[in-house]
Structures are given as structure tokens and as C-alpha cells.
Ligand binder design. Structure first.
Ligand code: NOJ
Length: 541
């Protein structure tokens, strides 16, 4: 264990491990993961070799959206622990040389937040209502919602309250949107950022960063367009240029600390150019790039994405980010084990049977893609359980599902629970070592062989592979340059300045590797050659 080094640039090429706290480790035995559970696994995280962890929300919440419905931004959910547990966790992570990023959810609070409760009790037009987005409905009696907009989770984006007004919720009705034109809202988030920064938090992941600024006159014009899909600055709801004023204020707070606190925007925007605005050094500093996550396992697609994003990041004065899996998407071994253009939702609704999943191929490709990603300049975001090679749990029964997507779409969208099933730590026992009781989402029998205990014993396991790759990434990490070499339609080969080559074979036939020391491979070589769906790192001195 090495304590933290003072390094203001630590985030530029960090390997960041996302923890979904309710599903990581349960120290209390109530089936829900908690902060003391995270603390108990710090040695595991240190041995894995990650530079930072990002914790999805752990704040008090009724869990209408897995914790992204926050009741109180400056406390810990009693189901997950206390502020003292939080401090202990941060101290243990820092002592192990691991930084801490927390999730900030500024677009909406929960409907249990004191401000929203106050708004419900306050009259129309009151300062309490102005912290959220209340409008009158259409029609003589105001019984039609102010607009026909749909929420991201399905169903209308407006909910009516007792006195007849409506409030906007771009996500679930339990997630009322804040009014970011309101100074009190802005100031309260500055207080929150100081609160966690003072407690030693190193950075923030900013939820729905592209949603805060909205242009919604009161009253709303009758003919207002449903502009929810326009993501080029002209939408009334998304990615508006003035959102960056908010982040310039945040940056001033971040820069009060030494090293400055960092931030990464979750901003689903239309172009790399729009994304770069969030990543500006005067703003949040970094933004998620979901391009590889959305791509097919395809050399040409990968190359284009990598080239464009590295160029864009350099122009914006930031480093790129890379991610294949998180708590919102089907795990990447499963995506890569399905035929191209599979409708993932239909596959999930079939319980993971139609079309059948090629588990072995998917995992081979996922390992190859991950090794390629870990050789790229920029930061790599890993999602808990991917180091075990976990597939999506696609056959969760309807009665177990928690995601509001499933409930609000009346079962048409299966939702995101399949990647949120609690981790298997041991080969047996209640909840495979996750906790002393059963887990809050049911775990499948195949979790036994993918558990940490099982993979710890196997030198060829995905866990052993991740540990080795992350260890080598530390020792090989160079400046942020990358040069392409010998790329063909089916091979991606690039070199980092210190002679670190990464070669990925997307094609069907085994290929020769460059002469040098083979440092690690994502799967076995075939007579010294690199087989299909495999990546190798070769060091050429
Ligand atoms: C993005 C988060 O990643 C997702 O899990 C959540 O449902 C929405 N934002 C709403 O907060």
C-alpha cells in the first residue's frame, strides 16, 4: 500500500473503478451493500491496482432510481452507513493510494428532499416553488400537462400536484428537476461541493451534466416543440450553452483545493465538439466519452473513435476518457457475445435466450477490448465486476426488478438491473460472500465460478488478467501520445512513446506480433501468434 502522492494531474491517465455501493459488499447482512463493506474490500481494490474509485450515490434515498433520487446531498443513507463510515472509508482508500470520486446529482433531487416537500406545501408562484420547475397545465381547467414531453424513463415528464400545478421531471416522478436559474439552488450545490471536498473527496462525477440549464418561459408557449432530442444547443432542455456558466462557478471551488478537485461530466451530447465544452479546464475538466461503449467490436470503428477523441481532448486541454461498462448498460462481455445489431432490450426481455449468447466469444472480445483500452492515453473507467468477466444477469424475474425504466415503461423496457446484481466474492454461502443474508437482487448459480474466491485460485482468470494489466499499465504509462502502426482492416496496432505496443486482432486468422517482449495478452497465444479476438502488449526497447 502506498499513500497518495501529491499530483494535480493524477486524473489524466487514471484507472477509475466504479463502485455501485448497494451491490458491492454488504457488511450489515441486510442484503444491501454499504460503506463499511467498501472499506472491508480496500485490500482487494489495492491489489487490483486501480488509481481511484468512483462511488455511485450513497446519499439518503428512497431508491426510486437506485440512489439517483437524493433526499439530502450532505449525508449518508442510514441503510449504507454514517458520515463517520464515509470518513473511515476515505481514510482507508487514501492510505492505500486510491483516490475517491463521488457522484453529484444536480439535475434533480428526490421528491423527499426538504425543498421539494416545502414546494408542495407552498403556494403557486412562491420562492419555494421557484427552486423547481412548476408550471400551469393546458386547457381551461389546466388538466393537460404543460407540454407533451416524455420522461427519459417513459411516461409523461410532468406530474400534477394537489393545487393543480405541474412539475417537470425529466426522469422518474420521484426526481423533480431543479430550477438552475434560482440562485439558492446554485449556492446550495456550491456548499455541497465544499462539504465533500473538505472531507477529502478528490473528484466528482456529474450526473446528467448536460441537463441543468433549461429555457422554459412561464407560461410555456402553447406551440412549444418537443425538443428533447435536439442536442446541439438549440434544445430547451439539453446541452444548452449557458450550462457552462454553472460549471465555471464550480471550477472556482475546485481550484480552492490543493490539488484541485476534479470532475467528469456525464453528458450524452451529439458530437465530440459539444462534449469538449464540458471537459474544458475552465469547466468540469473531463467528460465521459461513450463512443467505444456504443461501438461494435470492429477495428475500423475503434480506430476512428480513438483518433477523433484523442484529437478532441488535446484541443480541449483535457485527456480522453474510455469506458465499456457501467451501471446503465448491458455488461460488455454480453454485448460482444451477441450478434451485431441485436436489440439488447428484446434480448433481455427474452431472459437472455433470444438470440443465444456466445459467452466464451463475448468474454474473449471483452478482454481484448479492455486490454486495448488500458493501453490508450487518457483515463479508463472500469465497472465493478468486469474484472471478474461477469456477464449480464439477463434472466432476472420481473418481480425482482427495481429499475424505474421497467416499471414506467410497463414492462416494455427490461431496464438496468442485470448489471447491478451484487458481486460474488465466494463460491458459496448466502449471496456468494456479498453479505450474511440474501442479496437485494437475486444472483445466478454461475456466479460461483466467477467469484473472487474462484478466480483468485486460477492464474488464467479474468481477475488475474486485470491485475496484471493494471500493474503493467502503471509501469508502462507514458505521456499522452499514441502513434498508429501497421493498421489493417482487422488489426489495430499502436505504440506509446516508450516502446509500448498494443496489438489487437479483430480478424479471424492468427497474426504475427512485433519482435519484443510480450508483456501480457488477453488470451493464450497460438504458437507465438496472436489469435482472433485477442490483444497483446509487446514492449520493444
Ligand atoms: C444517469 C445515471 O447514470 C443513471 O443511473 C440515472 O438513472 C440517471 N442519470 C438519472 O439520474
Amino acid at each position: 500500500m502506498s499513500p497518495l502522492q501529491h499530483d494535480p494531474d493524477w486524473w489524466r491517465q487514471a484507472a477509475v473503478y466504479q463502485i455501485y455501493p448497494r451491490s458491492f459488499a454488504d457488511s450489515g447482512g441486510d442484503g444491501i451493500g454499504d460503506l463499511a463493506g467498501v472499506t472491508s474490500r480496500v485490500p482487494y481494490l489495492a491489489a487490483l491496482g486501480v488509481d481511484a474509485v468512483w462511488l455511485s450515490p450513497f446519499y439518503p434515498s428512497a431508491l426510486a432510481d437506485g440512489g439517483y433520487d437524493v433526499d439530502d446531498y450532505r449525508d449518508v443513507d442510514p441503510k449504507l452507513g454514517t458520515l463517520a463510515d464515509f470518513d473511515e472509508m476515505v481514510a482507508a482508500l487514501h492510505a492505500a493510494g486510491i483516490r475517491v470520486i463521488v457522484d453529484i446529482v444536480p439535475n434533480h433531487s428526490s421528491n423527499r428532499h426538504v425543498w421539494f416537500q416545502e414546494a408542495l406545501k407552498a403556494p403557486k408562484g412562491s420562492p419555494a416553488r421557484d427552486r423547481y420547475i412548476f408550471r400551469d397545465g393546458r386547457g381551461a381547467d389546466g388538466s393537460r400537462p404543460p407540454t407533451d414531453w416524455k420522461s427519459v424513463f417513459g411516461g409523461p415528464a410532468w406530474q400534477r400536484v394537489e393545487d393543480g400545478q405541474w412539475y417537470l421531471h425529466l426522469f422518474a416522478p420521484e426526481q423533480p428537476d431543479f430550477n438552475w436559474k434560482n440562485r439558492e439552488v446554485r449556492d446550495d450545490f456550491l456548499t455541497t461541493l465544499r462539504f465533500w471536498s473538505d472531507r477529502g473527496v478528490d473528484g466528482y462525477r456529474v450526473d446528467v451534466a448536460n441537463g441543468l440549464a433549461k429555457d422554459l418561459p412561464d407560461p410555456l408557449p402553447d406551440d412549444i416543440a418537443d425538443s428533447a432530442d435536439l442536442m446541439n444547443g438549440s434544445s430547451r432542455l439539453w446541452d444548452r450553452d449557458e450550462v457552462h456558466e454553472i460549471y465555471r462557478e464550480w471550477r472556482k471551488i475546485f481550484d480552492e483545493y490543493d490539488p484541485p478537485r476534479t470532475a467528469v461530466a456525464e453528458a450524452w451530447v451529439s458530437t465530440a465538439e459539444r462534449r469538449a465544452r464540458y471537459a474544458s479546464p475552465e469547466g468540469l475538466g473531463q467528460a465521459f466519452n461513450f463512443d467505444l461503449l456504443k461501438a461494435n467490436f470492429d477495428a475500423a470503428e475503434f480506430r476512428e473513435i480513438i483518433t477523433a477523441n484523442l484529437a478532441q481532448a488535446a484541443t480541449a486541454g483535457t485527456s480522453s476518457t474510455w469506458v465499456f461498462s457501467n451501471h446503465d448498460v448491458v455488461r460488455h462481455p454480453s454485448r460482444y457475445g451477441l450478434p451485431r445489431d441485436t436489440d439488447e432490450n428484446a434480448w433481455l426481455l427474452s431472459g437472455g435466450t433470444q438470440p443465444p449468447l456466445d459467452r466464451e466469444l463475448g468474454l474473449r472480445r471483452a478482454r481484448a477490448a479492455t486490454l486495448l483500452m488500458l493501453a490508450l492515453p487518457g483515463s479508463a473507467y472500469l465497472y465493478q465486476g468486469e474484472e471478474l468477466g461477469l456477464h449480464e444477469v439477463a434472466d432476472l424475474p420481473a418481480e425482482a426488478l427495481q429499475d424505474p425504466t421497467f416499471l414506467r415503461s410497463e414492462g416494455e423496457e427490461k431496464g438496468r438491473d442485470g448489471c447491478r446484481v451484487p458481486l460474488p466474492w465466494t463460491t458459496g454461502g448466502p449471496s456468494y460472500g456479498f453479505g450474511a443474508g440474501s442479496a437485494h437482487l437475486p444472483q445466478p448459480a454461475w456466479f460461483a465460478e466467477s467469484s473472487v474466491e474462484a478466480e483468485d485460485r486460477d492464474p488464467d482468470s479474468t481477475l488475474a488478467f486485470y491485475r496484471e494489466a493494471l500493474r503493467l499499465r502503471h509501469s508502462l504509462r507514458a505521456d499522452e501520445k499514441l502513434e498508429w502502426s501497421d493498421a489493417t482492416d482487422t488489426v489495430l496496432h499502436f505504440v506509446r512513446p516508450n516502446g509500448w505496443h498494443s496489438v489487437t486482432n479483430f480478424g479471424p486468422d492468427a497474426i504475427e506480433l512485433p519482435a519484443g517482449e510480450v508483456a501480457v495478452t488477453s488470451g493464450p497465444l497460438d504458437d507465438g501468434k496472436l489469435p482472433a479476438n485477442t490483444t497483446a502488449w509487446v514492449v520493444v526497447r
